[in-house]
Design a binder for this molecule. Sequence first.
Ligand SMILES: C[S@@+](CC[C@H](N)C(=O)[O-])C[C@H]1O[C@@H](n2cnc3c(N)ncnc32)[C@H](O)[C@@H]1O
Length: 410
Amino acid sequence: MKLRESALGVFGDNRRLPIHRWYPFIEGYSSELVAMALDEARDASVVFDPFGGSGTTSLTAALRGSSSFFTEANPYMAWLADVKVNGTRRAVGSGADCERLIAFAAQVERVRVPTVSSEHPLVIASDRRDYFPPGVASEIVGLISEVGERFDQPLRELALVAVAAAITPSSNMLRRTDLRRRTTKDARPADFRAEVAKNLQMVARDVALAGADVRGWAVQIGDDAKFGWSVDEPITAIVTSPPYLNGTNYGRNTKLELLALGFIDGEAGLEGLRTREITAGINNVAKRNAEPIEFPAVEEVAQRVSNASYDRRIASMVRAYFSDMYHVLRRTASYSAPHAELWLDIGDSRYAGVAVPTHTLLAGVAELSGWCQVDERLLRTRRSYDGSALSQSLLKFRRRDVDGSTGYGL
Ligand SMILES: C[S@@+](CC[C@H](N)C(=O)[O-])C[C@H]1O[C@@H](n2cnc3c(N)ncnc32)[C@H](O)[C@@H]1O
């Protein structure tokens, strides 16, 4: 198949692929990008994604017969990746009867669900902030409880993914870089139960169609790519897309799912996620206590941003972002084989008229943390808020050997 470069860096094509499509994650990249990298990799036997997201890297690796490691800060996203890869394998391996999901889909619009407590965090949040049309938050909590009663594992987690994927579409909100309220120009919220029915059928069909092709496991080794994780065998291939500077707020834009499934017990619980996330938004800046590592090239851009903007947090965010990414890249290098390769999908940004060439600065930080850049491909161009052109690139690195050359002796 001919690869369309512009489609590689976005989730779009995954919407048509079995299992990948269970939770459309606009911030994700395509499985084709991962497949291309793994095809190209000198050794794709031990795959790692420090920013696992919805599990595109792990699922693509698993569909090629490889197990992979990932770290992911958002527990809902980590769970989703686990169910897509490991949940599918558990269902196929145990011979679970996915027809039961289809039977449930046929009744779900009529089924009576248990009455739920008005003290449930999702119900409380929705009462306060009008996140759902009347009664929908209780319906969601009730249906989650019904799924728990009706199904044992592994079908339970598959059914829960079908419910989870219906939550935001049936809310008054839209998932964008943040969760934002629908306006009169947007589509009305979907019917929650009809959405669940559709998702249950899709999940059951995909497990039947592609479940046996999932031949690797996805192993979560940590919840912070910067610190605290390790692997027993050297990593040979890393394919990842880090958060973009001032891009998506990954905790907040999945808060309805986090609340519904009990990963946080109130909106204040988002704070815990924010402290381990890469500093990529101005709201994370004040929470930081460690002084960022200073890099001259980053400092020069941070100074220009600081001179051009009234908001001091923007320059602090720029400094903290590259410092955080240094920790991730350094730790990844230290757990990688001498010949390991790293593919980074990254876009640049602009603040107060000042260009922040994220990919160039990140390549510089990578060089200092044990990586040597060997390639750069433009994936697509985007527009910044002020209309100027921004780019999304795929950077490729090889691990530097201790003597300063790469594992390839380049
Ligand atoms: C661009 S998304 C990755 C999308 C992924 N490639 C996919 O296709 O689904 C970046 C992810 O990094 C996660 N993240 C942010 N800070 C992190 C950290 N310190 N450690 C691990 N994951 C982090 C976010 O929660 C988000 O899911």
